[in-house]
Write a protein that binds this ligand. Structure first.
Ligand SMILES: NC(=O)c1ccc[n+]([C@@H]2O[C@H](COP(=O)([O-])OP(=O)(O)OC[C@H]3O[C@@H](n4cnc5c(N)ncnc54)[C@H](OP(=O)(O)O)[C@@H]3O)[C@@H](O)[C@H]2O)c1
Length: 287
């Protein structure tokens, strides 16, 4: 069985990914920190998901440093272990984020050839990807997955976006015109599996569904699906900025991101659009 080590495997994406890799016949396991040479023994591929959670607190100077260092240092530690004669690692698949392009709301559809943006998250992604690229000179295939907003009922952005539903309403955030480059978690783990199995593919791939919605459209859809009242007046931007500080940018801005490179490579989305009945609510409706 091919061994796949997953750094950051205890998180939202890792916990969804490991059983899927195992069902596909891989010996997939979570790498424990601090990473050691022994734990990489016989490993063919590393999947890197490690990093301090972005929304665990306000982006103070100290937290910003932790957010960047946790990502870059994890990859640096792994690279030192792989840069060894006895290493069997052939592939690195590293998480990145669509934040690479910057948090901006406009009509441009960002593709993998666009340059990095100019805000904090773009800096994080640029440094993160550059640490991943440093595996290439060792003859390792490097894939960087620029992940969109992952939709899962178990964590991430969705449960937070659904909070107003507890009070019977769904409301847009700010102008509501910002794009939500979403991807259903089941499709995201299929993207990881697909890129693992296609050894001819390397470089950056956007992992977003091909039909993004604006924040307003998404909140309206949630209201319909959950039988709640949609109030079209957005939560004021100044309130979100007061509550979240600089992090508010990820709720107030959002770009359109292209899924074309992945689709043209042969990947097929199981949930390309959030039509009714909404697959987000599958489990709940089945109860
Ligand atoms: N979820 C999303 O919507 C989304 C969107 C775009 C990009 N991403 C990126 O994809 C990756 C995985 O996402 P996720 O949602 O699964 O994240 P998550 O639930 O926050 O899990 C990340 C994992 O990283 C490890 N970790 C935490 N703090 C760390 C530190 N200081 N140093 C090294 N490792 C640390 C932990 O794993 P261990 O304890 O097992 O080491 C943790 O379980 C993250 O880097 C995230 O930024 C996620």
């Amino acid at each position: 069985m091919e061994k796949i080590a997953i750094a950051g495997g205890s998180g939202l994406i890792g916990q969804a990914l490991i059983p899927v890799l195992q069902a596909a016949g891989y010996d997939a396991f979570t790498l424990r920190r601090p990473y050691s040479a022994d734990s990489l023994s016989g490993v063919a591929s590393i999947i890197n998901l490690a990093g301090e959670n972005l929304s665990a607190g306000r982006w103070t100077a100290e937290r910003k440093k932790k957010i960047i260092d946790s990502r870059v240092n994890s990859l640096t530690a792994l690279r030192e272990l792989v840069n060894h004669k006895s290493s069997t690692v052939k592939t690195l698949i590293s998480a990145s984020a669509v934040g690479y392009y910057g948090s901006v709301t406009n009509n441009h559809i960002y593709t993998e050839t666009d340059p990095a943006g100019i805000d904090f998250l773009a800096d994080v992604c640029r440094e993160w990807e550059s640490a991943a690229d440093s595996f290439e000179p060792m003859g390792i295939r490097v894939v960087k997955i620029r992940i969109g907003v992952v939709l899962s009922e178990k964590g991430g952005a969705l449960p937070k976006m659904m909070m107003p539903l507890k009070f019977g309403v769904s409301v847009p955030l700010g102008s509501g015109k910002q794009w939500l480059p979403w991807i259903q978690i089941e499709d995201l783990v299929r993207v990881f599996l697909y890129l693992l199995q296609h050894s001819e593919l390397s470089g950056p791939f956007n992992a977003v569904a091909p039909n993004p919605l604006t924040n307003r459209e998404f909140m309206k859809l949630l209201a319909v699906q959950k039988h709640r009242l949609f109030i079209p007046i957005g939560v004021p931007a100044f309130l979100l900025k007061a509550l979240l500080g600089e992090m508010a940018i990820v709720t107030l801005e959002g770009s359109r991101v292209s899924a074309d490179k992945l689709i043209k490579s042969g990947f097929k989305f199981q949930v390309p659009e959030l039509t009714s009945p909404n697959p987000l609510l599958r489990k709940e409706e089945a109860k």
